[in-house]
Design a protein around this ligand. Sequence first.
Ligand SMILES: [Zn+2]
Length: 197
Amino acid sequence: MTPIEDERPRLSHQRELLGASDWRARLAAERALDQARQAARDLVVEGLTHPSAAVPRQCAAFMDHHADDRCVPQLYEAVNDPVPSVRREALHALGCQQCKPAPLAVDALPVLIDHALGDPSKRVRLSAVAGIGRHPRDPRAVAPLQTVLGQETDRLVRKHAHRALRHHEPAYRSATDAAARARATEARRTDTTDTEP
Ligand SMILES: [Zn+2]
């Protein structure tokens, strides 16, 4: 039985007390449940350094939906984990604010850029580049994304870097739109299936 399951009878009793007529009993039950929630969160945070790789990975994935600012230091440690899948989930949890009840008070762009440029795992680089693409438009992202496009060999990472650069750099978006229009015009010009004079 996990520590959380062990707590179930006590917690369900506290849940009953949320409906008690005595306001002091209701308040005590609210506090007990809130403390349990914090204990559960602490347990997940501790799981980020569990010796089995699957546990830190799932804990980091859990953080994507449940992390608050108290978890940020541990997530920063997890982005340097030797296991790529842990780094990938931790980067996503730090950089993705859309999945959380409240956005983290964190500037995740520098750590996303570091991993987009230098992580040895292409799946981690992909997660980092995708995170940069979700970040609000920021001029700090432009040069690193240009570097990724210049040096990256993985097709999918390049594709996401291209999308992210279109998001962060209006001039690149205009240039690539113009190039796409030119390609479409050229394709129509050389299309010989239309036999109308
Ligand atoms: Zn997310």
